[in-house]
Structure formats: structure tokens, C-alpha cells
Design a protein around this ligand. Structure first.
Ligand SMILES: Cc1ncc(COP(=O)(O)O)c(C=O)c1O
Length: 398
């Protein structure tokens, strides 16, 4: 045997700092059960159940037929970057220039790059709880330290500037906002967001605003921090086509930020993925510049599904659930069952729900709370009913 094979495999410190996504773990376990022929009701997936709209698919096919299949500029074509800033300006009254926009291979990629260029070893990043699984690990990968901010569940997981102020130190580099939120569906009011951004600006703290569900806001008051033009010198707006246009598999996201940040992100991107797929860029232009009725249609269907699932969850004795005001997740609190039939935690509940009731949900621990499970309602009403019935029986049997 060679020395190489006898030595223990030693991976880098930075890869050992992070964990695989909790959401992906649930998907894998549900897939395993399905491959054994078990009928699983899937409330785990974080993606729209709608098909990508036809005009977007047509644009991709036309791009292939037209041989738009070569490298493009690393940050995306000028056509796409212009489409991104124009869409944002039309919807949120922002004034970004082309150099302040970068297209990446999904919103997660844009977020990853933004954090790598802004967060240094030892920097603190304030993260409201519950947080989207990847925020914590991406910050850690950059060497940053996450400072968790407990939100107020009784007030719909509210986060205010005052709450943030208590956690600020001389090492605070950034705060990550995510409204509407994955996993809670909470939406920050424009007033709370403005106040928070103003506060961060005064202190020189970066605001990274993950707005990948911004078009799935059910309050009627759709808001992007990008509209706060006077504060944008310390702000990164992260967007994605994944949820808005039901394009999760296409991988197209973007960031709007000061030009030195987008160009640093492009430098990093030039040494990893290079440009997002050329064909997908053409499809993205069609999505952003084409008719937006598809977005409104999906939004109104999500509202119906939201009402349906929340009503169903609240009717299960012992389950409480705040009203999600955006995205497509409900985040019920199931802590009243802890201690019954040996049930210990949310991950325990999620594991048993999957194995015993064949319903896939994501446990709250991955999002920083141990009393909740995340239920994705991006599915049909019939499927919601099937899953809710199984959950009702499961909890009644504890
Ligand atoms: C809050 C949040 N941000 C970013 C993303 C990344 O989306 P994508 O990389 O598909 O654009 C997701 C996907 O689930 C998300 O929930």
C-alpha cells in the first residue's frame, strides 16, 4: 500500500467548518423511501410545483437553435444585466447601473460570492433566527462568525433595528435579511426594513438582503431595500429567478451592489464557474422582459394554498402556526408534543413523520429553531389534504 492510501484523508479546515444542507438531507431520505415503493407526501421540497412558463422555455430553445452556446462575459451579457436592472427599477423604483449588477449560477451562488468578497476571518454577521440553512454555512466558509438574533414569534418573527442594535460590536460586518423568509414566510414591513437599513448605514454595516421570494409577498406591499437609493453604498440585494418564474433547475440568480463589490464577485466567479449558462441567460431575459402575468397567477395560487395549509395545520390540536405572509412555507410550532411518546425535538418529529406517517417536512434545527417544522405548500390542494390528514393522525397518536 502507498503512503497516500494508508494516511487518513485530511480535508481542509474550511470544508470541515460547514455541513450539508438540511433541506437536501430530507429530500434524499424521502427519495430513498420512494425508491422502496412507499407513497411519500412531500412537504420538504423548497421549489415551485408549477412548470416554467412556456415563453421562457421557448427563448431557451431559440438560443440553442441560434447557437447562442458559447462563453459570455463572466458577469452575464449586457442584455441580461440591463434586463435585471430594468425589471428592478420598474418594480421597485431602484436606479442601479449595469456595472452594479452581476448574474450568477443561481441566487445561492450570488450570495456565496457576495459573502466571500465582504466577510473576512473573524468578522461578525448578524443572522435573524430562523434563518435559511445556507446563510450560516456560507458565512462560516468565509471564516466569519454568525451572531444569532432571536426574532419574536408572537409578533410573526419580527426583527427590528432596535433588536439588531443590541448585538452590534466593533466586529459587526453585515446583517443578512431575508424577507419574505425561508423558512417562516415572515415578511418585514417596509417601515421596519427602512429603519433597519438606515441604522446599518449609519454604523457602516453591510445589509445583504436576500430577496429571492420578493415577488411572493402576499401583504400587497411588495418592497425591496434596493428602492432605498440613499443607502445603497453598503447594500447588496440578492435576487433569483428560481422561485419567481418556477426556474429552480435553470440556475439563474443575481446581485445588485456597488460596482467594486460586483466586480470583486465577477473576479471570484471568473476563477470558478465563469458565466451562468448562455442559454439560460437568454431565457432569463425573456422572463424579466416578457409578460409578468405568470408571476401574478402563481402568487394568487400560492395565497390560496397558504390559507388552506394554515387552516389545516391550526386545526390539528396542539399545533400552532403564525400566518406566513410570503414565500411558500408554513412554520408550525409543534413543541407541545415534546415529551409525549418519547418525542424529543423537531428533528425527532420530522424523522418519525417521515418513517411512520410518510410525510416529508424539514426540521427547524437546520433553521436555528428546535420547536418547528417547515412545511412547503408548493403542491396541489389534494396533496396538502393527504399530508395534513396523515399529520393529524400522527400527532393524535402521540
Ligand atoms: C432564502 C433563499 N435564498 C436563496 C435561495 C437560492 O435559490 P437559487 O440558488 O435557486 O436561486 C433559496 C432557495 O431555496 C432560498 O430559500
Amino acid at each position: 500500500m502507498t503512503t497516500a492510501t494508508t494516511e487518513a484523508l485530511r480535508l481542509t479546515d474550511r470544508i470541515n467548518r460547514i455541513e450539508p444542507s438540511a433541506t437536501m438531507a430530507v429530500v434524499a431520505e424521502a427519495d430513498k423511501l420512494r425508491s422502496q415503493g412507499i407513497d411519500v407526501v412531500d412537504f420538504g421540497a423548497g421549489e415551485p410545483h408549477f412548470a416554467t412558463p412556456q415563453h421562457i422555455k421557448d427563448a431557451a430553445i431559440a438560443a440553442i437553435q441560434g447557437n447562442f452556446t458559447k462563453y459570455t462575459a463572466v458577469a452575464g451579457t449586457a442584455e441580461l444585466r440591463d434586463a435585471i436592472i430594468q425589471r428592478h427599477a420598474a418594480d421597485f423604483n431602484s436606479d442601479y447601473r449595469r456595472e452594479e449588477a452581476i448574474a450568477s449560477t443561481g441566487g445561492k451562488h450570488a450570495l456565496f460570492n457576495a459573502i466571500q468578497v465582504l466577510v473576512d476571518h473573524g468578522d461578525e454577521v448578524i443572522l435573524p433566527v430562523p434563518y435559511w440553512v445556507s446563510f450560516k454555512d456560507i458565512v462560516r466558509y468565509a471564516g466569519g462568525h454568525c451572531v444569532l438574533l432571536e426574532s419574536n414569534e408572537a409578533q410573526g418573527f419580527r426583527v427590528t433595528a432596535e433588536m439588531v442594535a443590541r448585538l452590534v460590536t466593533s466586529r459587526t460586518k453585515a446583517i443578512i435579511l431575508n424577507s419574505p423568509s425561508n423558512p417562516s414566510g415572515a415578511v418585514m414591513s417596509p417601515e421596519d426594513m427602512t429603519e433597519l437599513v438606515r441604522f446599518a448605514h449609519e454604523r457602516g454595516i453591510w445589509v445583504l438582503s436576500d430577496e429571492c421570494y420578493v415577488y411572493l409577498n402576499y401583504t400587497g406591499k411588495n418592497f425591496s431595500v434596493g428602492s432605498l437609493r440613499e443607502y445603497k453604498e453598503r447594500m447588496v440585494v440578492l435576487g433569483s429567478l428560481s422561485k419567481t418564474y418556477a426556474m429552480t433547475g435553470w440556475r439563474l440568480g443575481y446581485a445588485l451592489a456597488p460596482a467594486p463589490v460586483t466586480s470583486a464577485m465577477a473576479k471570484l466567479q471568473s476563477q470558478s464557474t465563469s458565466n451562468p449558462t448562455s442559454i439560460v441567460q437568454k431565457a432569463a431575459v425573456a422572463a424579466l422582459k416578457g409578460p409578468q402575468e405568470c408571476v401574478a397567477q402563481m402568487r394568487s395560487e400560492y395565497i390560496e394554498l397558504r390559507d388552506h395549509v394554515v387552516q389545516g395545520l391550526r386545526s390539528i390540536p396542539g399545533v400552532t402556526c403564525t400566518l406566513p405572509e410570503g414565500a411558500f412555507y408554513a412554520y408550525p410550532n409543534i413543541s407541545s408534543f415534546f415529551g409525549r411518546s418519547g418525542l424529543k425535538s423537531a428533528s425527532d418529529a420530522a424523522g418519525r413523520l417521515l418513517r411512520e406517517a410518510h410525510v416529508a417536512v424539514v426540521p427547524g434545527e437546520g433553521f436555528g429553531t428546535s420547536e418547528h417544522i417547515r412545511v412547503s405548500y408548493a403542491t396541489s390542494k389534494a396533496e396538502l389534504d393527504r399530508g395534513l390528514e396523515r399529520m393529524r393522525k400522527f400527532f393524535a397518536g402521540l
